[in-house]
Design a protein around this ligand. Structure first.
Ligand SMILES: [Zn+2]
Length: 284
């Protein structure tokens, strides 16, 4: 069911974010504007004629390999998850995001620089309740060796188990507050894989300045925070779930990624009508 807790928020002032696209390597400028209550996150491609826009929601996710892409008939925008994670941690609900290109800038591979820019804009409370989805029964999705379940809980909590090849190994995060501490966690990849992507003309904006790069058979590069890889997986989950709405529940993720995160967000959204109907039935 949906429960009201606090008020919705938007930015007080618009902010600008500049960086490079991970895949194109081209400079991309983003202007993040305040938006009215109940608008959610609306992306607009200001580099295209007519400046098409789309509202971020789980059903608009068209691609989940390595990053999350939103798409409808007129508009396509890639790598939205680190921005959405930053917006979720900043507790912003309504934003109008103008993007001068096909993908959000990768920055340093984390959500920290985006969060810092959003903070500069200040936060404005709006005259509308913030509606949370309260999980009443477990919801489970899986894909191969990856599983994601959400259990009833009075707050938002994430337990994430990530098992990577050496030198990453077995890493676990269990957290229910102080999400800002995870923001510096960078996306990660493998040197061998990065070379392969570049040969295919992808990840042109990628490199050691925007990702934690591992090389097989070698020691891990210095981490910014303990268990940086799994901390980044939690950021990805926050960003992918932000396509739905704030949630009161305990997520337990084992090896989850964008595809499974999106499956969960879709399932929760689809189940929303049913959960409200049950609530009405219980009230009578
Ligand atoms: Zn990521």
């Amino acid at each position: 069911m949906l429960v009201s807790r606090g008020q919705q928020s938007t930015l007080l002032n618009r902010v600008k974010i500049e960086g490079r696209g991970l895949h194109t390597g081209a400079p991309v400028a983003v202007t993040v504007n305040p938006a009215p209550p109940d608008s959610g996150f609306v992306f607009s491609r200001t580099d295209l004629p007519g400046k098409p826009s789309l509202k971020a929601c789980p059903e608009r996710v068209s691609e989940t390999s390595r990053s999350t892409t939103l798409e409808d008939a007129n508009c396509r925008i890639g790598t939205v998850e680190h921005f959405l994670a930053a917006a979720a941690v900043a507790e912003l609900d309504n934003l109008y995001i103008e993007v001068q290109g096909p993908e959000m800038p990768i920055m340093d591979g984390s959500s920290q620089p985006i969060f810092s820019e959003l903070e500069k804009g200040g936060r404005k409370k709006q005259e509308a309740p913030r509606l949370w989805r309260k999980i009443e029964e477990p919801v489970f999705v899986r894909e191969g060796f990856a599983s994601l379940v959400v259990l009833p809980e009075e707050r938002f909590r994430v337990t994430f188990v990530f098992i990577g090849p050496p030198p990453i190994g077995h890493q676990v995060v269990d957290r229910e507050r102080d999400w800002e501490e995870l923001l510096p966690a960078r996306t990660f990849g493998w040197l061998e894989e990065a070379r392969e992507l570049r040969e295919k003309g992808l990840a042109r904006g990628g490199g050691e300045d925007c990702a934690l790069i591992f090389s097989s058979g070698e020691a891990a590069p210095p981490y910014r925070l303990p268990d940086e890889p799994v901390s980044h997986k939690v950021l990805d989950l926050l960003g992918d779930l932000a396509l739905y709405r704030p949630i009161l529940g305990h997520f337990i993720a084992v090896r989850s990624g964008h595809s499974l995160n999106n499956k969960m967000a879709r399932k929760l959204k689809e189940g929303e009508a049913g959960s409200n109907a049950r609530k009405m039935f219980a009230d009578n």
